[in-house]
Design a protein around this ligand. Structure first.
Ligand SMILES: NC(=O)c1ccc[n+]([C@@H]2O[C@H](COP(=O)([O-])OP(=O)(O)OC[C@H]3O[C@@H](n4cnc5c(N)ncnc54)[C@H](OP(=O)(O)O)[C@@H]3O)[C@@H](O)[C@H]2O)c1
Length: 247
């Protein structure tokens, strides 16, 4: 039985995330497991938490409140070991809105990149001291090559993806692992109103793929799996053609 099957405490950063909750469901962790939902929307977290087959508690977490992350993480680990951290906070603000409001672009970068960095780096010494644990990072196919249709989101995900890969290497041999998740278009709350992209997937499919990757001890998972080899071809597309992509 692998280390993650012993999971006793799970921290979901982005406590209302659809994908995050599907990961929790698919993991099929032991019934006595405690799940900590960390997020902004207390009542929604309580509602979603009530549907989970675990002991659930909620804590306030704002990914953009960078000064609060060290204290929050220290307090959570002071209450006991954390076996799994799922870093799922994110926003997908339309590029046109960001073009018109550069401060909103800054908030997107803070939410999708900087907040993950400050929170996870605060957790790393605790995880190292435990000598075990798993960090699941929600990257995206958008990290692979920037598209003009969402290049600020792509920039944040590229940074987060690089951070997660470097973190995985820095933790090698410590007993702590990183699982990097790269979904394509996921039909759901974040993409509501957008026409699905080719090879679109769903949050339950992402949850199942992550659970399988955790069980297999994988370091990276693409959802759907075919997106890995397909995205490798993105770099072969000449830039004049790439910039014609409308989405
Ligand atoms: N959906 C997709 O197509 C897709 C594809 C690839 C990767 N991803 C990534 O997967 C992750 C989860 O996405 P999802 O599909 O589950 O979307 P979701 O249901 O909209 O979840 C996003 C989560 O981020 C939280 N969040 C946003 N801003 C925050 C802030 N300032 N502080 C704390 N939490 C904040 C949201 O909380 P509130 O309820 O407070 O807003 C929500 O819990 C994201 O990182 C996303 O970029 C999604």
């Amino acid at each position: 039985m692998r280390q993650e099957r012993r999971t006793g405490r799970i921290l979901l950063l982005g406590g209302t995330s659809e994908i995050g909750h599907e990961i929790l469901r698919a993991l099929d962790a032991p019934a006595g497991c405690e799940v900590i939902l960390a997020g902004r929307d207390e009542s929604r977290m309580a509602e979603l938490g009530a549907a989970l087959p675990y002991t659930v508690r909620t804590v306030p977490y704002d990914a953009t409140d960078l000064d609060s992350h060290q204290r929050l993480v220290d307090d959570l680990f002071a209450a006991g070991p954390v076996d799994l951290v799922v870093s799922a906070a994110g926003v997908l603000t339309p590029q046109a809105e960001l073009d018109a409001d550069p401060r909103a672009a800054g908030t997107l970068i803070e939410t999708n990149l900087t907040g993950h960095v400050t929170t996870l780096l605060a957790a790393v010494p605790h995880l190292r001291a435990q000598g075990r644990g798993l960090i699941v990072v929600l990257s995206s196919v958008a990290a692979v090559r920037p598209r003009k249709a969402n290049f600020v989101y792509g920039a944040a995900k590229a940074g987060l993806d690089a951070f997660a890969r470097g973190l995985a290497d820095s933790l090698h041999g410590s007993g702590v692992r990183v699982l990097l998740v790269r979904p394509g278009f996921v039909i759901g709350r974040m993409t509501a109103g957008m026409p699905p992209a080719p090879a679109a997937t769903t949050a339950p499919e992402v949850g199942a793929a992550v659970a399988a990757a955790v069980a297999a001890g994988a370091g990276t998972v693409w959802v759907p799996r075919t997106l890995g080899p397909v995205s490798a071809l993105f770099h072969l597309i000449p830039r004049p053609l790439w910039r014609r992509l409308r989405r």
